[in-house]
Write a protein that binds this ligand. Sequence first.
Ligand code: ATP
Ligand code: MG
Length: 247
Amino acid sequence: ETAIPESHPRHESLLARHRIEDGVEKGITSRQGLIAQGRGEAYDYLLGERTIESADAAARAAAAQFLLADHPVISVNGNVAALCPDAVVDLAQATDADIEVNLFNRTEERMAAIAEHLREHGASEVLGLAADAQIPGLDHARATVDADGIHAADVVLVPLEDGDRAAALDAMGKTEIVIDLNPLSRSPQVADVPIVDNLVRALPLIAEYARELRDDSREELETVVEEFDREAALDAAERTIRSSTTD
Ligand code: ATP
Ligand code: MG
């Protein structure tokens, strides 16, 4: 691995690029994932590479949703697995959520490589390989999920989800939490809780809030959910990007 001095002003961003490159080399991340990363970086640059206030509120609402859920599932793709496997495993522990590998360009090799990678990072169980259920309204390859995973989930966290699939999951009546740096993308637009932030920052933040809220009553958690305004959060993110100033 190339050494990047921590003093480098783009240290975090360069590190992320290396992780994605590594992911491609290990067969975890698709080459399309490189493009997604570049797109994300551009938005992150405009956000000031920080968690804006509205994204912080969204992460808190997401944590409350996780704690209220009967069956929360964290969906993991090749970019997520390459960038922050430890944060995925930690969030699953903090919220009692299942982890499911779910790929836009599904190949059995990549499914297995990602599951193995997550287990190496401490995941006890990784779903997605059973592939015994379908999300209605999508073609077969894109629709495939686990019956006891995403298909049965009441709350799903889908970082970097494709717009069509985000809409199809929403149509199934699931509470959907999306992490995406582009507030104009369809996935955050259909999410119950859109978190416009880098998943590298957002995943640990949700886990932190989950631990903070863990002993709250259902009523208190429901208040956190109700106080979050998804439209306002999307607007605030878009305004921040368009003005590229501090919020
Ligand atoms: P659209 O939603 O605009 O129709 P798309 O979702 O098909 O297009 P992609 O380029 O595949 O387009 O989407 C990748 C998405 O993932 C982008 O919206 C990008 O901002 C987001 N993204 C990439 N890396 C990260 C990251 N580390 N954290 C959060 N979001 C990210
Ligand atoms: Mg999108």
